[in-house]
Design a protein around this ligand. Structure first.
Ligand code: FPP
Ligand code: MG
Length: 322
């Protein structure tokens, strides 16, 4: 499935060229942090979703590569902040920006990339695009705040969890697709359909990400396994495990993690419990359902390469191993 992304190599080259240009003329510390965080590893899924959606709607112009960087810039800006919030040591298989330059530089680096994204977004002079992107930023921050409120909350429900991942992750994928349609001149219903496609694909993406936290190897995933648990994030695999336990078992488990400083063994035991219960397979199936739902929103669009590529993106996000 990794080869699936290879078909977009020429797009990735053009996106990376524009990303490089977007940060080349800035003060040296910014350039250093920005190139470290932006260039190199990274799947560029959000710019690609934007490109494919605009192509599906008939826009195929080299000029849109520059605009596509808005989605990577916003994504990486959010990751710089996220790595501060999560005390993350690794990102994209490298030490995180806060780890290398410290929290203040990571926060300011994120603010800087966010500002560069808004400048590029404003170039096309389309207020509806700016409104959509601003709504999206509000959603992402809301998602992070909800996640913060539920840190170490063993009572978190699946509904809470889905709200969080929709806001923090799926909203950006949704706007990448919706803005692609908007810029191609599509009407509201097609813009909404592509927005829904991106939203459902984004939910599937985060479900898979949260499963990988229980199943992947650090080498492949590029971040430590069990990281969510250690950060106090109760994601769907654990929510299902808690719901399968009887009242006292669930409380015992919760008390165990609350009353002591859990060590590696404790985390590995919990991960093993989740793996034994068929929970991983259950969430994998749910993620696939979201991808099918996403594909359904493309039904009205003409058959062709762009539609097949978008459907392929859906398959890719749920079959990837990192
Ligand atoms: C990663 O989630 C984080 C996000 C998807 C969103 C982060 C959003 C903000 C910090 C809001 C501020 C936004 C901007 C543009 C400045 P995760 O921690 O579950 O994933 P990870 O395991 O990859 O860290
Ligand atoms: Mg994080």
């Amino acid at each position: 499935m990794e080869q699936f992304l290879d078909r977009f190599n020429s797009d990735f080259e053009a996106i990376d060229g524009e990303l490089g240009r977007s940060v080349e003329s800035h003060p040296s510390l910014v350039r250093e942090i920005a190139s470290y965080a932006l260039l190199g590893p990274g799947k560029r899924l959000r710019p690609l979703l934007f490109l494919l959606s605009s192509r599906l709607c008939g826009l195929d112009d080299r000029g849109i590569y520059r605009f596509s960087t808005v989605f990577e810039l916003l994504h990486v800006a959010s990751l710089l902040h996220d790595d501060v919030l999560d005390h993350a040591e690794l990102r994209r298989k490298k030490p995180s920006v806060p780890q290398v330059w410290g929290n203040p530089a990571a926060v300011l680096g994120g603010d800087y990339l966010f500002s560069v994204a808004t400048i590029i977004a404003a170039e096309i002079k389309n207020l509806e695009v700016i409104r959509l992107l601003s709504e999206n930023m509000k959603e992402m921050v809301k998602g992070q705040l909800m996640e913060l409120a539920h840190t170490h909350d063993w009572g978190i429900t699946k509904k809470n969890y889905l709200e969080i991942i929709t806001a923090k992750t799926a909203s950006l994928m949704s706007s990448a697709c919706a803005v692609g349609a908007l810029m191609a001149g599509c009407g509201k219903s097609d813009v909404d359909r592509l927005g829904q496609f991106g939203l459902n694909l984004g939910i599937a993406f985060q479900l898979k990400d949260d499963v990988l936290d229980y199943t992947a190897s650090e080498q492949e995933f590029g971040k430590p396994v069990g990281k969510d648990l250690r950060e106090g994030k109760i994601t769907l695999p654990l929510i299902y495990l808690i719901s399968e336990k009887t009242g006292t078992e669930a409380t015992d488990l919760q008390n165990f993690f609350r009353d002591r400083q859990p060590d590696d063994e404790d985390y590995l035991r919990l991960i093993a419990l989740v793996r034994e219960k068929g929970i991983i397979e259950r969430i994998q199936r749910e993620a696939e359902k979201y991808v099918d739902k996403a594909a359904g929103f493309l039904d009205v669009f003409p058959e062709g390469r762009s539609k097949q590529d978008l459907i392929g993106m859906g398959r890719y996000v749920v079959t990837r191993n990192h």
